[in-house]
Ligand binder design. Structure first.
Ligand code: GLA
Ligand code: ZN
Length: 674
């Protein structure tokens, strides 16, 4: 376990290049930053045109002045590579850097995040500017970390990318025979006779081979990772060995972040919850699932590197977060393992796309705005919680949520093309676990299962290589697994497994899946007790919708059955013992209440203890923990909208008022000696 850095970062994206003709404003900004307890600034994310106004002409003096000025005022810098938005001259001189869409149309100059990541010219120009920045600023004492590019994403279908894709496919499959067999191209006679025939998916051409689609998405990830690696290499070549991060996005499915994580020293991400769109607890939990996912990518503290002070102007409606939300949302990130609360943006831009996006300093510019006061308050609290920096979360429960699996579920025709509700189903497990007051990791299929006593792996339709072995061993060794319908159906090429599903696990689960029923919107069935059961969770009645799987048990015990339709009376929830462990298998998309009723029993059986053992946790009270060698920190947050009575746990309360009543949006932190 690493030493605590003793400091949580507080700050955000700063774009001084928009204000170079207003030196007084820049001076004033620093004063405001200090006032608000801002200790870190992300700089240069979109500065390329100011850093290299003409090809090969580098102008870094203005940047140096700003970095020096921040340094003199005790503020650190996370320095960006500017590859997220290119200068106009670059696109004019080298049109190959412009992206081509899936309809094979080349884009014009504009927007951002829209470059061809294969283009040798783009790579070369990015390498040069990154290298120069690293040489000039990589050893500056203010600079603490590299912010590599910005929100990588998107795909390019240009001839260069097609060539690279073909090369990648050839390397992966070696022969067209193997390619045809893996991609099942005998279907509709789409057989390839030469690798040169391979093209990326297109609405104008091939869009019926799901295996091609999956491989294209993998290739886009690989190409992006490779591009990012080259950027990291440029800052290393420039002489800097500072840690690198890149800012990831909410529930982003354009890239498989599991492949990016190993290349990064620190995971960071941008969080923009739609507060007040649903009840605040649901919105909070939804963001928490992403925080937990980000932390789990490397199983280490991460950074909340962007969040919005105020209203987010790109959302369909820019709703103001009510007083107190700002600080609670920031501390929520910390509660889940973030070592920072950072914002987009520190100063609001004057024109263009984001002029109405929330900011620490708005167009008015004063320090007497509601948001500025809330940011100050947050800064003060973060200072008090400095000792949490670097502490880790050691969850004993995990939920599997896998990007490749998501691609495959979405890409397949049937059993419901309207919506398979994969994320929603994962979220039901996540919510039930969190409401029991346990820490939860959100992991992918490639990750280690051994740290957990309980794993929920809902709808794992696609088994990444070896996943069935991993699940088998996990259960064999005593783990408790919660599995569901639509599991182990296809391999990594979206080829259906032969000989029965869930593939390779029919003995472990004690059943075989036979058929799956897609329900029309609004149609429901019931899940009712199996004969003779009257008590406990299995004694209830729950409704289910969307998908109902029909299974044939072998050794599994039937806990609950379907209520209606021709499969009324058939198993809907089963339990099987295998090796030293237990498997629960839920056959249908059941309502939340089923999870809420069963999980307390299952967790008790699995030996996962809630963080607050002596009390029933009221709905909306978040409980998480972080720890180091000496201390465990228990963090309580009240998102219930009402004051709540809490049986205070042992330890010293290092944040929060006296007494047993926690106010709405209040955060308490207890320090317990281990
Ligand atoms: C993203 C980008 C930022 C900014 C914000 C606005 O997270 O990284 O540059 O555009 O969105 O919310
Ligand atoms: Zn391209």
């Amino acid at each position: 376990m690493k030493e605590s850095t003793g400091k949580l970062l507080h700050g955000g994206d700063y774009n001084p290049e928009q204000w170079l003709d207003h030196p007084k404003i820049l001076e004033k900004d620093t004063e405001r930053f200090k006032e608000a307890g801002i200790n870190t600034v992300s700089l240069g994310i979109f500065s390329w045109a100011f850093l290299e106004p003409e090809e090969g002409v580098y102008r870094f003096d203005w940047m140096e002045k700003i970095i020096n000025h921040l340094y003199e005022n005790g503020i650190s810098v996370i320095l960006a590579t500017p590859s997220g938005a290119r200068p106009r001259w670059l696109a004019e001189k080298y049109p190959e850097v412009l992206r081509v869409n899936s309809r094979r149309e080349r884009e014009l100059f504009g927007r951002r995040h829209n470059h061809c990541l294969t283009s040798p010219v783009y790579r070369e120009k990015v390498y040069q500017i990154d290298y120069q920045l690293s040489r000039r600023f990589g050893r500056h004492p203010a600079v603490r970390m590299w912010h590599i590019s910005n929100e990588y994403g998107g795909e390019c279908h240009c001839p260069l990318c097609q060539e690279a894709f073909r090369g990648w496919i050839r390397k992966r499959y070696q022969t067209t025979e193997r390619l045809n067999s893996r991609w099942c191209t005998a279907f509709w006679s789409h057989v390839y006779t030469d690798f040169s025939q391979v093209e990326s998916p297109s609405p104008l051409g091939e869009d019926s081979i799901q295996a091609l689609d999956l491989d294209w998405k993998r290739f886009v990830t690989e190409q992006t990772v490779d591009f990012m690696r080259q950027e990291i290499c440029a800052v290393r070549d420039g002489g800097s060995d500072l840690p690198v991060t890149t800012n990831l996005m909410y529930d982003f499915e354009g890239l498989d972040y599991a492949r990016m994580a190993p290349e990064l020293d620190v995971i960071s991400w941008d969080n923009y919850p739609t507060w007040h769109k649903a009840d605040d607890w649901t919105i909070a939990l939804d963001a928490c699932m992403q925080h937990d996912l980000m932390r789990s990518l490397k199983r280490q503290p991460f950074l909340l590197i962007e969040s919005c002070p105020g209203a987010t102007n790109w959302q369909s409606v820019s709703h103001l977060p009510a007083p107190g939300i700002h600080k609670a949302a920031g501390l929520m990130a910390v509660a889940h393992g973030s070592d920072s609360v950072m914002y987009f943006q520190l100063r609001q831009s004057r024109g263009s796309e984001e002029k109405f996006h929330g900011a620490v300093i708005d167009h008015y510019g004063g320090n007497d705005t509601r948001m500025f006061r809330e940011v100050c308050d947050t800064g003060e609290t973060l200072e008090k919680l400095g000792e949490l920096a670097g502490t880790e979360t050691r969850a004993r429960a995990a939920v599997v949520y896998d990007t490749e699996n998501k691609w495959a579920i979405k890409g397949s025709k049937g059993p419901r093309n309207k919506n398979m509700y994969y994320k929603e189903t994962v979220f039901k497990s996540y919510r039930a676990l969190r409401e029991q007051g346990v820490d939860v990791d959100v992991i992918n299929e490639t990750q280690d299962l051994t740290p957990y006593r309980f794993v929920a792996a809902p709808m794992v339709y696609l088994f990444r290589e070896g996943f069935e072995r991993k699940l088998r061993e996990y259960v064999e060794q005593g783990g408790t697994l919660f599995a569901t319908y639509w599991s182990g159906v296809v391999d990594e090429n979206d080829r259906c497994y032969l000989g029965g599903t869930p593939h390779g696990l029919m003995d472990v689960f004690g059943l075989r899946a036979e058929e799956i029923d897609g329900l029309y919107d609004g149609e429901t069935n019931g899940i009712v007790p199996a004969d003779g059961t009257t008590s406990g969770a299995a004694g209830g009645r729950y409704s289910c919708a969307h998908l109902c799987e029909l299974v044939k048990p072998t050794t599994a015990e039937t806990l609950m059955v379907y209520e209606n339709h021709f499969y009324g009376g058939m198993p809907a929830l089963l339990k099987n013992r295998y090796g030293k462990g237990t498997v629960y298998y839920l056959c249908a998309d059941a309502e939340q209440r089923l999870y809420d009723s069963f999980y307390p029993e299952i967790l008790r059986e699995a030996g996962v203890r809630p963080l607050l053992e002596d009390m029933r946790i009221p709905k909306g009270l978040s409980v998480t923990s972080r720890e180091n060698e000496t201390y465990r920190y228990l963090i309580l947050q009240n998102f219930s909208g009402e004051e709540q009575n809490v049986l205070c746990p042992a330890g010293e309360k290092i944040l929060g008022g006296e007494g047993n009543r926690i106010s709405p949006l209040e955060t308490w932190v207890f320090r317990q000696k281990k």
